[in-house]
Design a protein around this ligand. Structure first.
Ligand code: ZN
Length: 352
């Protein structure tokens, strides 16, 4: 079993939505969702980015997002901007759940803020968590809260989820669609990127528009990273990366994590887990060709997406590793994709 370090999951959202069941959700598992401590151990989950995400209020237009995504083509409208005063209590609650996961795990799970801590966890078999924010709604335009979140352990930030923020614009969920769907960073967004560089907080570009991607590329002194996105050449989703974007990521020593979400993975763009390995392997081959073998990792989107039946949940993630092995990827390459590349990227971004 090769340990897997993972670019993105939404377990904190499950805890936030059912705090009275958090022991069952995290510690014992309740047979739902994709992640819990017992299944992480069973599947060789070595660690990953745990997202603080502010849920959109209920959609009032009657649109059934799930049905639409199961029947491409689709282009789904986004929610309105959420202000930092509404977002901050939610973000604090989720950061608290992450710290509670650490305390309640009796040494099995640790929130890491340095690359040395990550390496130690991997060596000792302790599951490593990185505090990540997916969408910077909880930070006001004065940026003061970013210092506080950094003190709490935040080491990774996406300026936007797909919904707009005061910092920039994200891509709506659309298939087929270019990622060039609208505006990029605002002036406040440029300040946010500069401060992330100064604090050495990793910047995640997964949900940004193509304009926003190039704005960050022009400004940031850190490697470019998309924690959970795939190849647009294979699946032309708004959430996937063009070959030009992949080349820019490679040239900065950055990373892409393969997203298991079926609507970004299947060539037909359908949200349906009923699929084999062919499309996932086509993405991996393409990403390897464009990025090189030092810049590709995994970014499951566990607990945030519909994933292939061949994986089912974190306990089944070694099935994907085996599919890569059967496809001809050798053990040194598998170790890079499964964890080595993420560790090196974080050393380059955070400092060794
Ligand atoms: Zn996401």
């Amino acid at each position: 079993m090769i340990p897997v370090f993972d670019g993105h999951n939404d377990l904190l959202l499950r805890l936030h939505e059912a705090p009275d069941r958090r022991e069952a959700i995290w510690l014992t598992g309740e047979g739902k969702g994709h992640l819990d401590l017992p299944r992480m151990k069973a599947g060789g989950f070595a660690g990953g980015f745990f997202a603080i995400y502010i849920p959109s209020p209920e959609a009032h237009d009657g649109l059934d997002y799930m049905t639409a995504m199961e029947n491409p083509p689709f282009a789904l409208p986004l929610g309105d901007l959420i202000g930092h005063k509404a977002a901050q209590p939610v973000a604090l609650s989720m950061a608290g759940h992450l710290r509670w996961m650490e305390r309640s795990s009796q040494g099995a799970f640790k929130v890491c803020t340095t690359a040395a801590e990550l390496r130690a966890c991997l060596a000792q078999g302790v599951i490593a968590g990185i505090m990540h924010m997916e969408g910077a709604e909880a930070i006001g335009p004065d940026l003061d809260a970013l210092y506080l979140y950094h003190d709490m352990g935040l080491r990774s930030l996406g300026p936007v989820w797909s919904r707009p923020t005061v910092f920039g614009h994200g891509v709506p969920f659309a298939f087929p669609s270019s990622p060039d769907t609208g505006e990029g960073l605002t002036p406040a967004g440029k300040d946010l990127i500069r401060l992330c560089n100064k604090l050495r907080i990793m910047i995640d570009l997964s949900h940004m528009t193509e304009k926003g991607f190039w704005d960050v590329a022009a400004l940031s002194d850190a490697p470019l990273v998309a924690t959970h996105s795939n190849a647009h050449a294979i699946t032309p989703s708004s959430r996937n990366l063009t070959d030009r974007q992949l080349a820019a990521i490679r040239d900065t020593g950055g990373m892409v994590g393969l997203n298991y979400a079926t609507s970004f993975l299947r060539r037909d763009g359908r949200q349906s887990g009923d699929m084999g390995w062919e499309d996932a392997l086509a993405h991996l081959d393409h990403l390897l060709e464009k990025l090189g073998e030092d810049h590709l990792g995994l970014g499951s989107d566990f607990d945030g997406a519909t994933i292939p039946v061949g994986i089912t949940d974190v306990a089944g993630q070694q099935n994907l590793v085996q599919a890569m092995r059967d496809h001809g990827y050798d053990e040194p390459l598998l170790r890079k994709i499964c964890h080595g590349n993420w560790l090196h990227l974080l050393e380059r971004t955070w400092g060794a």
